[in-house]
Design a protein around this ligand. Structure first.
Ligand code: MSP
Length: 551
């Protein structure tokens, strides 16, 4: 009998070019993937999170040449910077893609050879004007209004060059149909519309090679030793080469179970590499390799972090260094800012003042203060011991308010869950974009719970109850503290994908799941139920979790 294994949740990111060190845009994407990966871990799923670096190509060869070191050595140094940053930022991937590895090279060559044998790759001659500086053929689109090529192209010469081409164009109709049939192929949905429009206009095949005389820092074509494969067949293939794909098998049914258990992936990319790279080339490459429609990955496209509305760039000198930010504010503070201050899919403006503002208001003033005052009151009023409230006070210590306090916290949790999930898993009466990985909205649900708990403290004023000596006041005081501790316990679980260190800190101070200290298994969505705190639980002593940042 066939044994159906539970499917692994597979998530990938773009692999970063190793021509210069990571900046805050790279950090955003990897943290976003890490948060979604951790969220699926919370749900108890098996998770495989793949990220890595794109080490071949012209840009890298040029940057290496400028520093005067061989590309292999140059790439090692930059790669290490990425690895160091992910460690510093608590980005916990399960495998690391390096495109110079043998494992990757074998898969790329295996795929190219198979497509070549099937007649999907052919050789052709291109003749035309060529920019030596930009290393590319120019078309009429590049001509200025005066009909000339502008100075940005440098020296122009007429060239004839033979190269290999992949028959992209023959799959255009398939791609359009696929996009029409699957409304959540790309999220958010305005990006799918953008792709659909671009796919309609696409024409021609894809040049996939460069003669070694021009570029030799790449993977050699297995059927033409004087050429390397150029950019996309190398880079995009990482998503399957590091997931166990066997290039010799075109039928997906014959792929190793290790691969089939994971694929298809949720793939996180920036808006600049949707069209044409991922949306057109990658989907068509997969199709040509034999992947059926139901085995196509889903693309989650994020926006860009800008600086005062402008692009970050080395030449402008406005690159934001994530290492500096982590050293100054800590990994959690940067993660929290990146995840909460950008609406997933949209662009945002990076500002250090904003980072400080959000940290101080959401973390120091709201959540940190809630933890601190709760544990202080618990210690002062009842020796840190929390009893299970009786009757309706279990759900609602503020009986006058009418609405059940616990119910509102649970509602926020449910809203958090739908925001963290893929749109297609939502009930049909909600629009797709509403729940599709809107991490910033999920964070708002959590900070909303903290606000609600703080509001409860203000309305019931536990210090007044503590002055009463009657059993009624005492019981009510305990019920309020119980509600606050339950809220904090649930918040810690929900916020753990975003600020894992702080979540551990909250659990530590609540004296909760101490046997699993520092282990991620401490956090599970199944525990985010109201009323799990056992009768007579003794909470810990408060220590400031989010000291205010004074700017
Ligand atoms: N190597 C290619 C991707 C190959 S994927 C098979 C590449 N590398 S990159 O280093 O230029 O960009 C890597 C990722 O970082 C991309 O998804 C890109 O959108 C993202 N970002 C680069 N700058 C960014 C911002 N300023 N803001 C947010 N993300 C940005 O493209």
């Amino acid at each position: 009998m066939m044994h159906e294994m539970a499917k692994t949740f597979f998530i990938t990111t773009a692999i970063d070019y190793t021509n210069s060190p990571p900046h805050v845009g790279h950090a955003y994407e990897k943290v976003l993937a890490d948060v979604i990966a951790r969220y699926h871990g919370l749900k108890g799923e098996k998770v495989f999170f793949l990220t890595g670096v794109d080490q071949h190509g012209q840009k890298v060869q040029q940057s290496a040449a400028k520093t005067g070191v061989p590309p292999a050595e140059f790439v090692k140094g930059i790669t290490q910077k990425f690895i160091d940053l992910w460690k510093k930022l608590d980005v916990q991937y399960d495998d690391w893609a390096e495109t110079i590895s043998d494992r990757h090279k074998k898969v790329v060559q295996g795929i190219l050879q198979r497509l070549f044998n099937q007649g999907q790759i052919y050789k052709d001659k291109q003749a035309g004007y060529y920019s030596v500086r930009q290393e590319q053929f120019l078309t009429d689109k590049e001509r200025g209004p005066d009909g000339q090529f502008g100075p940005e192209w440098g020296e122009i010469e007429f060239r004839e060059e033979e190269n290999y081409y992949f028959k992209l164009n023959q799959y255009k109709d398939w791609l359009l149909k696929y996009l029409d049939n699957r409304k959540d192929a790309v999220v958010p949905d305005f990006r799918q519309t953008e792709l659909r429009n671009a796919a309609e206009k696409t024409s021609g095949d894809l040049c996939i090679s460069r003669p070694k005389s021009r570029l030799d820092w790449g993977i050699e074509l297995p059927f033409a030793k004087d050429f390397v494969t150029y950019v996309w067949f190398d880079a995009l293939t990482n998503y399957i080469s590091f997931a166990g794909y066997d290039p010799s098998k075109s039928n997906i049914e014959h792929q190793p179970s290790n691969f089939r258990d994971k694929w298809p992936a949720l793939q996180i990319i920036g808006k600049d590499i949707l069209v044409p790279a991922h949306g057109i080339y990658w989907l068509i490459m997969l199709r040509a390799m034999g992947f059926p429609d139901d085995q196509m990955p889903q693309l989650l496209v994020h926006g860009w972090w800008n600086i005062s509305g402008a692009k970050m760039s080395k030449s402008v000198g406005n690159i934001v260094d994530p290492f500096v930010l982590v050293d100054k504010y800590g990994a959690d503070a940067l993660r929290y800012y990146l995840m909460s201050d950008m609406a997933t899919g949209q662009d945002a403006d990076f500002s250090e003042e904003r980072l400080i503002e959000r940290y101080n208001s959401d973390l120091a003033n709201s959540l940190g203060n809630l933890l601190n005052r709760t544990l202080n009151m618990a210690a002062r009023y009842q020796g840190s011991r929390i009893e299970s409230p009786q009757g309706e006070w279990l759900q609602n210590p503020n009986e006058g308010s009418g609405k059940s306090y616990a119910e509102q916290i649970v509602k926020k949790r449910d809203s958090y869950n739908s925001h963290m999930s893929a749109g297609r898993r939502l009930p049909l009466d909600l629009p797709i974009t509403f729940g599709a990985f809107v991490v910033n909205a999920a964070i708002e649900d959590v900070s909303g719970s903290a606000d609600q708990a703080n509001a409860l403290v203000e309305t019931v004023a536990p210090w007044k109850l503590a002055r009463g000596s009657d059993t009624q006041s005492k019981a009510k005081l305990n019920a309020v503290l119980y509600s606050l501790v339950e809220t904090l316990r649930i918040i810690a679980i929900l916020v753990s994908p975003v600020i894992p260190q702080a979540a551990h800190g909250i659990f530590d101070q609540l004296n909760w799941k101490m046997e699993l200290r520092r282990k991620e298994e401490r956090f599970s969505l199944a525990d985010a139920e109201w009323g799990r705190l056992p009768d007579g639980h003794v909470v810990g002593k408060p220590t400031p979790l989010f000291p205010r940042i004074e700017s």
